[in-house]
Design a protein around this ligand. Structure first.
Ligand code: EPZ
Length: 419
């Protein structure tokens, strides 16, 4: 086990490059099942979740190799279709294998992802859509057993614009017989990146990035030419908030401002200056930090994956702010840990009232989920007069590539220690 130790107080200064997006890399890697041969992917982040999907797919006969920053994925011989509970329970996004396996092999046996710290996170919308495409499924001892002769196009309406649900059905539809229409589809940039990859493989997709996506199924696809994963907008947003909370000046290179409009808007309102540059953004924190209300929404609204990080910023803002979490039902677990650092936060249902304080105090705290751990690191960066120790940082390593090294390079006193 490891912890991250921070001696807060230094304003961050300098330039940092954003890694490839975890939530784009996972569906793109899964999509490699859809065409036999070797796929070449660039800008794939080195994260625990990426390692997990590679381990699961390797168990199905997929070959992985990496050289000079290019990940080669060889799906010429796919022999298996089983995703074990032991691995799926560590990464719910394994459910993204369902659509591609059914398209490639006509069968899949995947552990039903269990609960998660931030919410129940059912996959009923994925399964209902696949059933509409002709898939037979039954649940047996926690595993989804799915079979289909050939997927057939269907008209799908998502009650909720589910991100991985949209991605799963998109991957099932590209080789289905006929046309599939996805209505009330999610519009996240990661879906557009997946659609770009699938089109490069020969898929016929229109409307990705809007709430209606139309797919004309084709019989065969072929490996795409080299595909580069989009930059991680959630890591970029985390770094932007780090610049604001430490009242520093940070150039965030490689990010795409068009993926971050809601975050830019809210940081402007909080008093930071955000300048769009040729290859990213420069964020200059200001004193005082102004309290701002946020409500998390599907893209292009304020991302739920930055709610915990923004809450850390509001903990030392001038005034009070209301943070409303509308996507997940239990995404305030970081609150009790922030309170241990002196934050004043009151929760009423899916709303948190954050009363800004002069400062946060260093303390040992416990990470509980991926984005909560990032929030505690940000709080530690401004907690002066001692050490903040963030425990259980395996949560952090699931979604951030060496985050403490990025903050070290920006002047923070932060390091990793073995426990
Ligand atoms: C994706 O999760 C992301 N993960 C999450 O990022 C992100 O928080 C989330 O989208 C929302 O943006 C990946 O892309 C790998 P959803 P996903 O299906 O697809 C409900 C991170 O920190 N729902 O869009 O699982 C669900 O319970 C992670 O990187 C159903 O009810 O989220 C939630 O309330 C955390 N039934 C809402 O929809 C379903 O079948 C949105 O979930 C599917 C979803």
């Amino acid at each position: 086990m490891e912890k991250i130790v921070i001696e807060g107080g230094a304003p961050l200064k300098g330039a940092v490059r954003v890694s490839g997006a975890k939530n784009a890399a996972l569906p793109v890697i899964a999509a490699c099942f859809l065409a036999q041969g070797t796929h070449r992917l660039k800008n794939v982040p080195h994260l625990k979740d990426v390692q997990t999907i590679k381990t699961i797919m390797s168990g199905m006969g997929v070959g992985f190799s990496e050289e000079n920053g290019v990940l080669s994925v060889d799906t010429a011989e796919v022999s298996g279709y089983f995703a074990p509970y032991g691995l799926v329970k560590t990464m719910r996004a394994s459910i993204l294998l369902l659509g591609p396996l059914l398209a490639r092999l006509g069968r899949a046996k995947i552990s039903l992802p269990g609960g998660c710290a931030i919410g129940a996170r059912p996959i009923n919308l994925h399964l209902r859509a696949l059933a509409a495409m002709g898939v037979d499924m039954f649940l047996d001892r926690g595993y989804i057993n799915a079979t289909v002769d050939r997927l057939k196009g269907a008209k799908i309406f998502f009650d909720i614009p589910t991100v991985t649900g949209t991605e799963n059905i998109l991957m099932a539809a590209v080789r289905a017989e006929g046309t599939t229409i996805l209505e009330n589809a999610a519009k996240e940039p990661e879906i557009v990146d997946l659609a770009d990859f699938l089109r490069a493989m020969g898929a016929h997709i229109e409307g990705d990035g809007t709430d209606t996506i139309v797919v004309e199924g084709v019989k065969e696809l072929s490996p795409a030419p080299e595909h580069s994963i989009i930059p991680d907008r959630i890591e970029a947003g985390t770094l932007m908030i780090a610049a604001a909370i430490t009242k520093g000046s940070v150039s965030i290179e490689g990010c795409r401002p068009e993926h971050l409009a809601a975050v830019i808007e809210k940081l402007h309102s909080a008093g930071a200056t955000v300048r769009e540059m040729q290859n990213g953004l420069v964020v200059q924190g200001q004193d005082p930090i102004i309290s701002v209300d946020i409500e998390t929404m599907p893209f292009p609204g304020f991302p739920t994956d930055l709610q915990a990080q923004f809450m850390a910023l509001m903990c030392i803002a001038k005034g009070s702010s209301v943070i409303r979490e509308t996507v997940f039902e239990n995404r305030f677990i970081h609150v009790s840990e922030l309170r241990r650092m002196g934050a004043e936060i009151r929760i009423r249902g899916n709303q948190a009232l954050v009363v800004g304080k002069e400062r946060l105090l260093p303390a040992p705290v416990m990470a509980t989920d991926l984005r909560a751990s990032a929030s505690l690191v940000l709080a530690g960066l401004v907690a002066e007069g001692g050490r903040t120790e963030v425990n259980r940082i395996y949560h952090l390593d699931r979604g951030y590539e060496a985050l403490e090294k990025k903050f070290q390079a920006l002047g923070a006193s932060i390091w990793r220690e073995k426990i």
